[in-house]
Design a protein around this ligand. Structure first.
Ligand code: DGL
Length: 258
């Protein structure tokens, strides 16, 4: 089964490019189309209804662009809207959720930290998953302000350092040995997070797992491309310079109103 249509990926902004990187690395021949809905970022403070409506808007555009499957490269959109997306559209969806399972299963201190958006942490889906690991203490923290700083090009800034210290210090004091990054923007903060965390605390994100899931779905249901060196196209509806910067000016970034 061959399928030369592109893979569609969307996020509230530039963060999902951390997931796109993993997909592009694992499946370099696949064409990818990425939508950064930066105009509407952050999704993390919006209501479930708003997140569903925005996710549907992004999906409609990716479908118009003939995508064969859609990766919701946003924990907030996945935990609030994936059920509704799957109910409305025929196309397969892959979502991203905070990787509680590997952290809880491997934690020796039985205490893990999760940094995610408010929308993710209050969602039904997240709380349902968290309940399965009741013997593990979960220290959750809303990453207030982190996404807006990343979206406005202030990823490395005194404000960011200060916020990260204030969010991570209580987790260190609570003796976590795993930190789960529950937002696709946060992997870009790993170098700064590592400077704050003691070395024994492991950091986990879900990017590689999502890429492997994408490969499985292509293999089992959707089909791989027969082409080589898949082109990656990025669309954004705000701040193209920040997206170009995070992609090191290596890929086509198109400004579009959506
Ligand atoms: N990158 C997104 C996530 O994974 C959303 C961040 C936001 O827009 O608040 O949750």
């Amino acid at each position: 089964m061959d399928n030369n249509q592109p893979i569609g990926i969307f996020d509230s902004g530039i963060g999902g490019t951390s997931i796109w990187r993993e997909i592009h690395h694992l499946l370099p021949n696949e064409k990818t189309i990425y939508l950064a809905d930066s105009k509407n970022a952050p999704y993390g403070q919006k209501s479930k209804e708003e997140i569903i409506a925005l996710s549907m808007k992004n999906t409609d555009l990716l479908l118009k662009m003939n995508c064969k499957l859609i990766v919701v490269a946003c924990n907030t959109a996945t935990t609030n809207a994936i059920r509704e997306l799957r109910a409305k559209y025929d196309i397969p969806f892959i979502g991203i959720e905070p990787a509680i399972k590997p952290a809880a299963t491997n934690s020796k201190t039985q205490t893990i930290g999760i940094l995610a958006t408010q929308g993710t942490l209050i969602s039904e889906l997240f709380n349902k998953t968290a309940k399965q690991f009741q013997s593990t203490k979960i220290i959750d923290q809303i990453g207030h302000g982190l996404v807006p700083l990343i979206e406005s090009g202030k990823m490395i800034s005194p404000e960011m350092t200060q916020l990260l210290h204030s969010y991570l210090t209580p987790m260190i004091n609570a003796n976590i040995d795993y930190l789960v990054l529950g937002c696709s923007h946060y992997p870009y903060l790993i170098p700064q997070i590592k400077e704050i965390l003691p070395e024994h605390i492991q950091i986990i994100d879900s990017g590689e797992a999502v890429a492997k899931q994408t490969r499985n779905l292509l293999k089992e249901k959707v089909g791989f491309t027969t082409e080589k060196n898949g082109k990656a196209i990025f669309y954004t509806n705000a701040n193209p310079t920040v997206l170009r910067g995070i992609l090191q000016n290596k890929y086509d970034v198109i400004e579009k109103d959506f």
